[in-house]
Design a protein around this ligand. Structure first.
Ligand code: ZN
Length: 248
C-alpha cells in the first residue's frame, strides 16, 4: 500500500543564501524527494511560503507521514498550524523531524521541552560518526554498524528532550562531543522519529545512507492500521459489572 509522504521544508535558506542554492538547487525537500523516491511512496512537497504555509488541511489530513525541516523561520509558523499537526500526530500520523527541526515549535510542542542542545558550525564541518546502537530496529534495516558524514554541524549533548522511547543512533564528532542523533517517541497514536544529520550548507541530503535512514524512518512511522478507535476522553457512566457489595 502506498505511503503518502509530505515533505515540509521551511524553504527560506534556499531563497536567500547562494551557497545553499548551489548545494540544493531544487531545495532541501527536492533533494530528499529525489533520494527517497520509491514506488511505495507518494511524495508531496510544501514550504512555508506556499499557500496555507504549505500544509492546507486537504494535504495534512491526507498525509500518512510528515517530514519536517526548518531552521531560520521557526517562529513564523502559525500556532494554528502547529495545533492542527499536533492533532494529526495524536490521531496516528507519523512524523520525521529532521536536523534543526529540533528547535521548531512543532517538535517542542510534542516533546514538552525546549529541545536545546550544544552546537558548532564551521566551514569544513566536523566529521560525524553515526553509531547504529539498535541494529534490530526497523529504522536500522540495511545499515552498517556505523556510517560517517564527512562534513556535519556538531549537535551535542546535553540535548533537552524527554527520555526517548528508543535510541537508534548515537553520534560521535571529531571535535569530541557525542549526541543522541536518532530517537523515537510515541505521542497519542502517532510515532515520531528525530534524525539529526542534515545541515543546509553541507550536501548531507544527497547522501545515499541518509536517504536510507529517512526512508526507513518513514516506513517505521507509518501506522499500518488506520481504523482503530481515536483516543478520546471516554465517559463510561455505566460500569461493566455491579460492585460485589451492591453499592452504586
Ligand atoms: Zn544546521
Amino acid at each position: 500500500m502506498t505511503i503518502k509522504v509530505t515533505i515540509w521544508n521551511e524553504g527560506r535558506h534556499e531563497q536567500v543564501h547562494k551557497e545553499v542554492q548551489d548545494i540544493y538547487p531544487d531545495r532541501i525537500d527536492g533533494a530528499i524527494a529525489a533520494g527517497i523516491k520509491h514506488p511505495d511512496f507518494e511524495i508531496r512537497r510544501g514550504t512555508l511560503d506556499d499557500p496555507d504555509e504549505g500544509l492546507p488541511d486537504s494535504l495534512l489530513n491526507d498525509t500518512d507521514v510528515l517530514l519536517w525541516w526548518g531552521h531560520m523561520a521557526h517562529e513564523e509558523v502559525s500556532d494554528g498550524l502547529i495545533d492542527r499537526i499536533q492533532q494529526r500526530v495524536l490521531k496516528g500520523m507519523g512524523l520525521v523531524i529532521l536536523h534543526s527541526g529540533h528547535h521548531s515549535k512543532l517538535f517542542r510542542r510534542l516533546m514538552g521541552t525546549n529541545a536545546n542542545l550544544s552546537w558548532r558550525e564551521s566551514p569544513a564541518g566536523d566529521l560525524e560518526r553515526v553509531w547504529v546502537i539498535n541494529p534490530s530496529h526497523p529504522i536500522a534495516e540495511g545499515l552498517p554498524p556505523f556510517f560517517e558524514v564527512n562534513a556535519s554541524e556538531m549537535y551535542g549533548e546535553p540535548f533537552d528532550i524527554p527520555q526517548p522511547d528508543e535510541l537508534i543512533f548515537i553520534s560521535w564528532y571529531s571535535g569530541g562531543e557525542v549526541f543522541r542523533s536518532g530517537c523515537t517517541w510515541q505521542r497519542g497514536r502517532g510515532r515520531i522519529f528525530f534524525f539529526s544529520p542534515g545541515h543546509e550548507t553541507y550536501p548531507i541530503y544527497h547522501d545515499k545512507t541518509i536517504h536510507k535512514v529517512i526512508s526507513n524512518g518513514i516506513r517505521w512511522a507509518e501506522q499500518k492500521h488506520r481504523d482503530g478507535r481515536i483516543l478520546e476522553n471516554w465517559h463510561r457512566a455505566e460500569a461493566l459489572h455491579p460492585r460485589p457489595d451492591g453499592k452504586i
